[in-house]
Design a protein. Structure first.
Length: 340
């Protein structure tokens, strides 16, 4: 009997050692200590033994029972801990794992990118941003800029009239007049904004487009300052290989006036459809500000000189990205805009 007891004990201990789940342990416990368990069965036979043997068996089986109960409790604790560890491992979050991209990331419109590049180049030369209204007084859009009513040069820009005195500005130049009247010179301004002209929509025309005006007011302004400024931002936007060319022109608000061409970025200056085989493309108008404009805005033209330029941002964006139809810039087709 004692041997059998020892066998039951060893067997149970080994099984407990290997048990991985609480249910397994319960089963082992039942098979040994339960109502029909092996140890219980042995105890049931005690009545048939004589007194001495009975006492010895009683003692031995109590010891085994106590030992097994302790081991079972230990095993249960071990299994519970292992389970907790497994659960933690499963639920662990790797905080270094890169996130999933759920929403598509937006990007800046090619015109905004172009505008910012020009602006940043000018800000690097000490310019600050200044803005004016899109619905503008005729007086600022034309008269103050040396274009009095009935001046034939008003025909250069086909204007949307709100009434006799109010227009949709045809260029950003009226903001020059506002700045000259409001600010204390010297100053350097970059003036971005929408402008409007009565034009049929086609590949090179839009009734709404974007300009950027530059205005520098100081005591000793020369044409060299103007040329250096324009050269600097053109190279910042298009790269050093692109050439600039100043061509004499006419604007009522500048004297002398010029238009600036850059070597065609599509064909590199060899001649193509975009540059109409000239190798050059116009990007802006500029000049030394006419003393009449300075005087019209309340400053003494003998004391203050200025130069100014007006850039067609659409034109520059098209050249920079090789876009041949201005309408693409305004259609807001995501498939097109995604490319920039
Ligand atoms: N405002 C002119 C245009 O829209 C461009 C321009 C701007 C010419 C400023 C200039 C100037 O001479 O100083 O065509």
């Amino acid at each position: 009997m004692i041997e059998k007891l020892e066998q039951i004990r060893l067997e149970a201990l080994e099984k407990l050692q290997q048990a991985k789940e609480e249910a397994e342990i319960d089963e082992i416990m039942g098979s040994v200590l339960g109502k029909k368990g092996k140890l219980t069965e042995i105890l049931k036979t005690m009545g048939t033994l004589d007194k001495e043997k009975r006492a010895a068996l009683g003692q031995a089986s109590n010891a085994v029972k106590k030992e097994l109960e302790e081991k079972i409790a230990q095993s249960k604790a071990k299994v519970a801990e292992a389970m907790l560890e497994r659960k933690f491992a499963q639920e662990a979050i790797d905080v270094t794992e890169p996130g999933k991209q759920v929403l598509p990331v937006g990007r800046l419109h090619p015109m905004t990118q172009t505008y910012r590049q020009i602006r940043d180049a000018l800000v690097g030369m000490g310019f600050t941003t200044f803005e004016g209204p899109e619905v503008e007084l005729d007086d600022f859009n034309f008269t103050k800029l040396n274009l009095p009513p009935d001046h034939p040069a008003r025909d250069m820009q086909d204007t949307f009239y709100i009434n006799d005195k109010v227009v949709l500005r045809t260029h950003t130049s009226p903001v020059e007049a506002r700045a000259l009247m409001e600010l204390k010179p010297p100053f350097r301004l970059v003036i971005p904004g929408r402008v409007f002209r009565v034009d049929e929509v086609d590949a090179t025309h839009s009734p709404v487009f974007m300009q950027m005006e530059g205005l520098v007011v100081d005591k000793n302004i020369t044409l060299a300052d103007l040329k250096g400024t324009i050269d600097t931002f053109v190279h910042a936007v298009f790269g050093d290989e692109v050439k600039t060319r100043f061509r004499p022109s006419y604007f009522p608000f500048t004297e002398p006036s010029a238009e600036v061409d850059i070597s065609c970025t599509i064909c590199g200056g060899k001649g193509c459809r975009v540059c109409k085989n000239t190798g050059w493309i116009e990007i802006l108008g500029c000049g030394i500000t006419n003393p009449h404009e300075i005087e019209n805005c309340g400053l003494d033209p003998k004391e203050w000189k200025a130069f100014a330029f007006g850039i067609g941002v659409d034109r520059v964006a098209n050249l920079k990205y090789g876009i041949t139809d201005i309408r693409l810039l305004y259609d807001n087709d995501a498939r097109f805009l995604k490319q920039f």
